[in-house]
Every structure is written in structure tokens, then in C-alpha cells.
Design a protein around this ligand. Sequence first.
Ligand code: GUN
Length: 292
Amino acid sequence: MTHIIDGKAFAKGLRAEVGRKVAHIKEAHGVTPGLAVVLVGEDPASQVYVRNKGKQTVEAGMQSFEHKLPAETSQDELLALIDRLNEDASVHGILVQLPLPAQIDEEAVINAIRPDKDVDGFHLSNVGKLATGADGIVPCTPLGCLMMLKDYLGDLSGKRAIIVGRSNIVGKPMGLLLLRESCTVTMAHSRTVDLPGEIRRADIVVAAVGRPKMIQGDWVKPGAVVIDVGINRIEKEDGKTGLVGDVDYESASQVAAAITPVPGGVGPMTIACLLHNTLQQACRLHDIPVPE
Ligand code: GUN
């Protein structure tokens, strides 16, 4: 029987832990962490995310600041808002929801956020820290995946891990995190030759390609742990829409030792890790230790 990794329950526990620590720093230091989320445009999926982020931020005892800007916002207008948030002492974390409309240069916006208020870990200085092994902010989705892997497997050292997908948000930081845990890491992508063969050698599979059910059960080594980052909306046979991952869950769950479902796996962990990162930044900005 495969073990289903319950990301929803794990995230609930992590949010409660963050809430407890927030209560402590409020009490002991008079600091209330604040998270500002910026949404440009009206992408429906992004709107749902932003709403959930706001709700869970408040539930954890933090302040939530939402900035919704019209789709035609110019880069200068967005940069001006970021400047104000950089200066605002009640804001400890700034997240600009991606993707941004075409007229805005994403890289310029990400790097305009003060690195000590970056809660996505996308600023070049935080990317550099992760790459060199220094202490910094780690991107939320890979951090959530790592927490679930360590919770299930314990020590990861020496494990063969494959990451399918090389995005800046998930694939690349995931590879660096697993390397830091002393895994032997393979980064696979659209040009990889014999992807099934590469995946069959792995003890840990992290799928982050955005292709519905691409990874088949017979590509998975028996006993491997499968983390499915994909969230793909598909039309089902009955005409309704449904969410599926990048892994064919039915067949992969027959062979994997453990697997994350979609939905209810990686998804809920991302926001929980965002709250975790916001707490880290608030403590760092006020030079107070992160509570145990
Ligand atoms: N869009 C999809 N995932 C993310 C994320 O983790 N952070 C931001 N800022 N935008 C996203």
C-alpha cells in the first residue's frame, strides 16, 4: 500500500506552528509580522491564490495588506508601489503575484523588492544564497516539498533525486535544496533523452512540468517517493473540469512508496511556507531570534 502524503494536514500543522510563534513575538517583542501581496490584473487563478493568502495570513495572527492594481498598470507605477512597501515599517514581506502582464519586466520588479523583505526567495541575492549554501529565504513551493520529503524519509543524503522541470520558481531551487541535503540530483527537462529511463533510477521524483498526467506509473521505481507539484485544469469525460497533477496518480500510486495527491498535496504547503518565510523576515528585520 502506498502512503499518501497529506499536504493539507501538514500545512495546517505548519500554519498553527507559525501562528504560535507569531503570538510569541507579539507578546515578547511587540512585533506583528505584516505581509503585502500585490496582484496586477484579474487572472482568476491568481485571484483565488491571493484571497487564500490574505485569509491564512490573518488566521496566523499577521497583518495582511492587499494591493490590487489594474491589468494596464505600468512598470513605473508598480515600482513606485514596491518602493513604498520597501519603506513601510509595518511590512516585513512583499510578494508580487506572478505572472505579470506583458508590459512589465518581471525580473526588474522582483529585484526591486528589498532582499530582506523578499518572501518568495526570487531576488537575485536570495537565489545566490541558496546556490552557495548561505542562509537565506527559500522559495515557498520547493521548501514545502522538502519539508514533506524530510518528514517521510528523514535523512535524504545519498538518495538519487530527479527534478522534472527547470523553472526558476520550482525546478531550479528544488534541485539546489536537494543538493544541499546531499542527494544526487538530476535536472530533467523538455530536451532530456529517455526521460522514463532517468526517472526509473530515482528514489525521489519531483514533477514540476505543468503537463497533465505526463509521468506514468511504469516510469517510477518501485518504492520511490513521488512529489507532484503540477496543478493542471483538465476537462473530464463528463464535461466538468477537474484538477490533475503532472503524474498519473492512478498508476504511479501502485508502485511508489509514497505520493502527494493533487489537490491536497504540495498546493496547501506553498502558502504555509509563505507564512513561515514572512515570520523569518520579520524576525530578521527586528533582529530577534525566531522562536523555537
Ligand atoms: N505564481 C505562482 N506561484 C507563485 C509563487 O510562489 N510566488 C509568486 N509571487 N507568484 C507565483
